[in-house]
Design a protein around this ligand. Structure first.
Ligand SMILES: NC(=O)c1ccc[n+]([C@@H]2O[C@H](COP(=O)([O-])OP(=O)(O)OC[C@H]3O[C@@H](n4cnc5c(N)ncnc54)[C@H](O)[C@@H]3O)[C@@H](O)[C@H]2O)c1
Length: 360
């Protein structure tokens, strides 16, 4: 076991967030602080297989661990899986203070979070995010939920975790495609808040350097936590987190959620939104984003003829409140702005730029 490197705490809406590398001693101490003999442990199946140390640690801290493994993938964010977990919780007679520990990516976190929010009107929730995306995005902000046949994340609740423990040790086993899912969001933070994150990402040995990884994850978690703190229920600045996402959602919907992972679609969306912002006069060069295209290795040029359909899909995005297309753009790096867009021709050109240039 390697030595723990760094330890940082971020306070976000009473949810302490710890970012560290391989600090089991700290995790043990934090869990002991819940003063409970029991816990419910909801874990992604891959994480259970690749990181058995976590289950062993929980068994050392709690005398009774109610264990539930969640099958990997988005198909677990269903009413059926939520019911199965609620059944496990209630048949094991969990009590009000029993912590629910969610270990996995955004799927496990969203699902287990919704279980924690609904059983006995709320049990303490502990997030142990294990993907880059879950660390920098889904474990922060209190959004929990599952999908419905009519759309993604339509059933759920805002429910803040009692603790987030992000250990970059988990990232050592993360496949490249899953890494890219997080990378799309990390690049978004670089655009909307802190362009110095680009330099961290351009370091080719990032994934081998634990200290740099901890710093990167911590920086991104702080950016999201700050925005959530300012706007917990998503009426204001939290909208900035949608930078690139109106394009991304359209791309995902048009390709029926099969061809691109969300983070890959976000990457295309960032290129389109940056082009748009630069066209409106912002001093931002979309090439900064294009430097990462080899990592994403996307094939997109065949979608150029589909641009009118992609634009139409943007207008049907659920976040559009008026008849106008409302996009998050930039006035400069780190200066997001929400703007109504009337020039559909320019939206098409933005798509054209992105689909032409992110292509590897
Ligand atoms: N709540 C929010 O605010 C929020 C924000 C963004 C995304 N989301 C949700 O997050 C979900 C996507 O999350 P995700 O990208 O983490 O996907 P995921 O949870 O499906 O995990 C991706 C894959 O990685 C595997 N995995 C997880 N940890 C691993 C590890 N350490 N090593 C090896 N494999 C590992 C999983 O088994 C899975 O196959 C979506 O459902 C999305 O809606 C929620």
């Amino acid at each position: 076991m390697s030595t723990p490197y760094d330890l940082s705490v971020v306070r976000s809406t009473n949810s302490p967030i710890y970012v560290t590398h391989d600090n089991t001693q700290l995790l043990r101490q934090l869990l002991t602080g819940f003063n409970s003999k029991r816990c419910m442990f909801i874990v992604d199946e891959q994480v259970a297989a690749l990181h058995p140390w976590l289950s062993e640690l929980l068994q050392a801290v709690f005398s009774d661990v109610v264990y539930a493994v969640v099958p990997s993938g988005e198909t677990s964010k269903t009413v059926q899986e939520w019911t199965r977990l609620v059944d496990i919780a209630l048949t094991n007679t969990l009590r009000r203070g029993t912590p629910v520990i969610a270990a996995g990516g955004g799927v496990t976190g969203d699902l287990a979070g919704f279980v924690a929010s609904s059983v006995l009107r709320g049990l303490p929730l502990i997030h142990i995010p294990t993907t880059l995306l879950a660390m920098v995005d889904s474990s922060i902000g209190g959004k929990t939920g599952i999908n419905h046949a009519t759309g993604k994340n339509l059933i759920g609740a805002f429910y803040q975790p009692a603790l987030v423990y992000a250990d970059t040790r988990f990232l050592d086993t993360l496949p490249r495609k899953e890494w890219n899912c997080g990378l799309g969001e990390v690049l978004k933070y670089a655009c909307i808040q802190d362009p110095s994150v680009f330099a961290l990402l351009e370091n080719t040995t990032l994934r081998e350097n634990h200290q740099d990884m901890v710093y990167l994850v911590e920086r991104c978690m702080k950016i999201k936590a700050d925005m959530v703190m300012q706007d917990e229920l998503e009426n204001g600045v939290r909208a900035y987190l949608n930078f690139g996402h109106t394009f991304a959602h359209a791309l995902e919907a048009h390709t029926r959620y099969r061809r691109f992972a969300h983070g890959e679609a976000v990457y295309v969306g960032l290129a389109a939104a940056l082009w748009f912002a630069s066209r409106l006069g912002a001093p931002v060069d979309p090439d900064r984003i294009l430097g990462f295209r080899a990592a994403f290795n996307l094939q997109t040029r065949d979608l150029i003829p589909a641009i009118p359909s992609l634009v139409a899909a943007m207008y049907s995005d659920k976040k559009i409140r008026t008849g106008n297309l409302r996009l998050v753009l930039l006035n400069d790096w780190g200066e997001p702005v929400v703007q109504d867009v009337e020039d559909t021709r320019m939206v098409e050109q933005a798509w054209n730029f992105a689909l032409e240039n992110v292509h590897s």
